[in-house]
Design a protein around this ligand. Structure first.
Ligand SMILES: [Zn+2]
Length: 85
């Protein structure tokens, strides 16, 4: 019972330090302006922990997947352009 209550109260703040000073990240080096939006990337101003505001977990895997997709898309575009000319 108490676990359930704790989980509920933590849902509004940082998953690590439960601070309420969390802000959506607008720009990141790995995803530009689109990446953080897609992953609901949120940053805690208190402990600097970044996480997904929807799953309340670290975006580590999401960042890796996003980077791979971006790399593949860029590679395909480059390859496509090389094939045409
Ligand atoms: Zn925090």
């Amino acid at each position: 019972m108490t676990d359930h209550l704790n989980n509920f109260s933590e849902e509004t703040g940082c998953p690590k330090c439960s601070s309420l000073l969390i802000k959506p990240v607008k720009y990141t080096w790995w995803g530009g302006v689109i990446g953080p939006k897609l992953l609901h990337h949120t940053k805690c101003e208190e402990c600097k922990y970044t996480f997904n505001s929807k799953t309340r977990k670290s975006n580590k895997n999401g960042i890796i997947i996003y980077s791979v997709i971006v790399f593949v898309v860029f590679f395909l575009v480059f390859f496509f352009l090389r094939m045409r000319y």
